[in-house]
Design a protein around this ligand. Structure first.
Ligand code: 13P
Length: 295
């Protein structure tokens, strides 16, 4: 069942849990993510990042995600991730996306506010919740600085709670992405998260907060972040990495005794699907933070 980003985050708020927001730039990723939600009974967000358009063009993947969500027995939000062009957001809204993120975190404050307000006006005319970002993670999703490392190495600017409160009031956003020590991509060391950023914002404005760069964080830190107000966790890199590794393992096993053994495309997509399903089920259970299945 297709649900609005606002409603799915309200469920997370009621249950002191986070909803996994998984980037799904392929049919297998979307299928595995939906199957994980249906199997666990937890709501889910299927995310399409604007930067993934070259590997998953919106005009093909967008209608597919919306149709799959509508038919699913799970509660599913179809969400646009890290949108920088409002014309792209408009296309997603016309297709029936129920969540969208406008990311102006790389812009000067006033410009970020002005564009976020435009995004809010657009979303208001559709059944779509809006996420915006203040502070910067430095590394950009799928971008040239997506190699990971620490937040400092990526050039992160941690979110300032006072400025965040002003931003929330001025933009009309529904949920807020904030920078507090996570990075997109692969971590090269232990991430050091600053939970005071989250409690500082939530003390001023009690709205759902979003963790980007969510893969590679310890279970303990996920739970601390959820207890401090994180209601949506964006997760992609590690799941995609584990799925890719399973494809290599399958090929190595097939060729262990016969170097010429055929490997078909569907062998690869199946190996990727199977591992991605396992990882997503495990991840959703961690993000549930002890909450019972919702569906
Ligand atoms: P990871 O790169 O940590 O999986 O984060 C994905 C993300 O934040 C997408 O917006």
């Amino acid at each position: 069942m297709l649900v609005n980003l606002r409603d799915i985050c309200a469920i997370a708020e009621q249950n002191n849990m986070a909803i996994g927001s998984f980037n799904v730039p392929s049919f297998e990723a979307a299928r595995a993510t939906l199957d994980a939600a249906e199997e666990t009974g937890y709501p889910v967000i299927l995310s399409h990042a604007e930067v993934h358009d070259p590997v998953a063009p919106l005009d093909k993947i967008g209608p597919m995600l919306v149709a799959l969500a509508e038919r699913s027995s799970a509660l599913v939000c179809v969400h646009l991730d890290h949108c920088e062009n409002l014309s792209y957001m408009r296309k997603c809204l016309d297709m029936g996306f129920t969540g969208a993120m406008y990311d102006g975190s790389f812009l000067p404050y006033e410009e970020n506010v002005a564009n976020s307000q435009r995004a809010a006006d657009m979303c208001m005319n559709y059944d779509c919740g809006l996420e915006c970002e203040i502070g910067s993670m430095g590394s950009r999703e799928g971008g040239e600085r997506d190699e990971g490392g620490t937040a400092e190495e990526a050039g992160a600017v941690y979110t300032d709670p006072e400025l965040a409160a002003k931003f929330i009031d001025e933009t009309g956003l529904d949920i807020l992405a904030c920078s507090f020590g996570t990075v997109h991509g692969i971590y090269k060391g232990e991430p050091h998260l600053n939970f005071d950023v989250l409690t500082g914002i939530r003390d001023l404005r009690h709205i759902p907060l979003v963790m980007h760069g969510g893969s590679g964080v310890s279970d303990e830190d996920y739970h601390k972040a959820i207890d401090a107000g994180i209601r949506k966790i964006n997760y992609y890199t590690y799941g995609a990495k584990f799925a890719g590794e399973n494809v290599l393992k399958m090929i190595a096993e097939k060729r262990a005794n016969n170097a010429d053994a055929l490997v078909y495309w569907h062998d690869m997509t199946t190996a990727a699907y199977e591992r991605y399903l396992e990882v997503t089920i495990e991840t959703m259970k961690v993000f549930a933070n002890g909450a019972k299945p919702v569906a």
